[in-house]
Design a binder for this molecule. Structure first.
Ligand SMILES: [Fe+2]
Length: 213
């Protein structure tokens, strides 16, 4: 992921808007990337324009250090830097269906089996968490002190703010699925499992474990 510093701009998706069909529809991807993510980018740039010292921080550093800032700047940075990071992470965590065997790979696969018992048990647990998000937010697979953990975050809060290392995420804001799945978040989560980029997840897992070493 490039463009980690101010001014932020909208990186193109790593696939076409229609590439995730039939699981995620083209219009949703277009609106989600070009309008929703763009709005977070615009708001973050507008906020940072008044704070040259914050322009020196990377996107990750902004999220990790937001708690040090006075309100309402703190909330503004948490929402908008989080909105940029979380969406980029979510979009890069998906891949057109058929591109892979749609199962975790190598190290991450072993660790999922070790900690959750099986991929099916992990999947059930992840689905439950994603369904449990009340209102808008995300479900994540993260590394916490060397262990895998499934967590949820509200709004645009990011695991980075809790010193957790993200591997995989699903955006469960209604804008992520309402056009195709209406209010059926369960169906959206099922469909999302068909387009998970497990190669990216494996890479993220290794980076998390390396950063810990
Ligand atoms: Fe979103």
């Amino acid at each position: 992921m490039t463009n980690n510093y101010y001014p932020f701009f909208n990186l193109p998706l790593p696939y076409d808007y229609s590439a995730l069909l039939p699981f995620i529809d083209e219009k949703t991807m277009e609106l989600h990337h070009d309008r929703h993510l763009q709005t977070y980018i615009n708001n973050l740039n507008a906020t940072l324009a008044d704070y040259p010292q914050l322009q020196e921080l990377s996107l990750v550093q902004l999220i990790q250090n937001a708690y040090r800032l006075p309100e309402p700047l703190q909330t503004n940075i948490r929402n908008n830097a989080g909105g940029v990071y979380n969406h980029r992470f979510f979009f890069h965590g998906m891949i057109p269906p058929g591109s892979s065997d749609n199962l975790p790979q190598r190290n991450l696969a072993q660790e999922i089996d070790r900690q959750f018992g099986s991929f099916a048990a992990f999947r059930e647990s992840f689905q439950k968490s994603a369904l449990s998000v009340f209102g808008s937010g995300y479900a994540w697979l993260v590394v916490c002190r060397g262990q895998l953990m499934i967590i949820t975050t509200a709004n645009q809060n990011s695991p980075l703010a809790q010193n957790l290392c993200p591997i995989l995420t699903i955006d469960v804001w209604e804008h992520a699925y309402y056009l195709k799945h209406y209010n059926l978040r369960t169906d959206y989560i099922d469909d999302w499992f068909h387009v998970i980029n497990w190669q990216a997840a494996e890479k993220n897992y290794l980076a998390c474990m390396h950063a810990r070493a």
